[in-house]
Design a binder for this molecule. Structure first.
Ligand SMILES: *Cc1c(COP(=O)(O)O)cnc(C)c1O
Length: 220
């Protein structure tokens, strides 16, 4: 079914939207099945699982860290991670920069915004991000590239609320882009939308959707 699910989802998303196959908790055989169907971008939310899968699976997979990341765990994914979606503190960004430098590379990052009504979801406010991006210290971080924003909507059946939260994230993206990244073409990612809400997210401007259960089935 994985191949069929991927084909169906791909048929519902426009070409300019990247599909991240969220494979957390799923066995490697299932990822290989998606890989054989042509999928190359995978998202995981636990560092140890990401490290193990990266070691065992084909080398041309692009691995995204989509979950909450603790600074002390950056080191183990720094050699290979392609995009870190959940940057939610300056401390974390500095650690990513440090570990990227040690690996002689640049790591692409998204700034996570708190757009949901639930207090449990991580993320910055617009004011915090403006402060961070204006700081002198930010200018010294040469081994990270800020490529855009990420957010998670409230878990609710109220589609209007979900739509408003995604709309807010798109506005934050626009505000940051015009003030800080007007000349940077690599600042172009809006990561929003999961299995239950990716179509709303795309209609509100998402350029990257993170879809798990609609591809691999419900998690246990
Ligand atoms: C698990 C997860 C997803 C995918 O969720 P589904 O509802 O299974 O599509 C997307 N984003 C993040 C941050 C996740 O942790």
């Amino acid at each position: 079914m994985i191949k069929e699910n991927l084909e169906y989802i791909s048929s519902t998303i426009p070409d300019h939207v990247t599909l991240v196959a969220v494979s957390k908790t799923k066995p490697e055989e299932m990822l290989l099945e998606a890989y054989e169907a042509g999928q190359r971008v995978f998202g995981e939310n636990r560092v140890q699982e990401l490290v193990t899968k990266e070691a065992n699976l084909p080398k041309d997979i692009e691995w995204h860290m989509i979950g909450h990341l603790q600074s002390k765990k950056v080191k183990s994914i720094a050699p290979f991670v392609s995009l870190i979606h959940g940057v939610d503190s300056f401390k974390l960004l500095k650690e990513i920069n440090k570990q990227a430098a040690k690996n002689n590379r640049t790591i692409r990052c998204l700034l996570q915004f708190h757009i949901a009504e639930e207090s449990t979801k991580f993320g910055f406010s617009l004011e915090e991000v403006k402060k961070l991006l204006s700081s002198d210290e930010m200018q010294t971080l040469n081994n990270v590239t800020i490529c855009g924003v990420m957010g998670m909507a409230t878990f609710t059946s109220d589609q209007r609320q979900v739509r408003e939260e995604f709309r807010a994230l798109k506005q934050y993206f626009n505000a940051i882009k015009s003030t800080f990244f007007a000349q940077e073409s690599e600042f172009n990612i809006i990561s929003m939308g999961m299995s239950g809400d990716y179509e709303i997210a795309i209609s509100e401007g998402s350029t990257m959707v993170r879809v798990g259960s609609s591809i691999f089935g419900a998690r246990g």
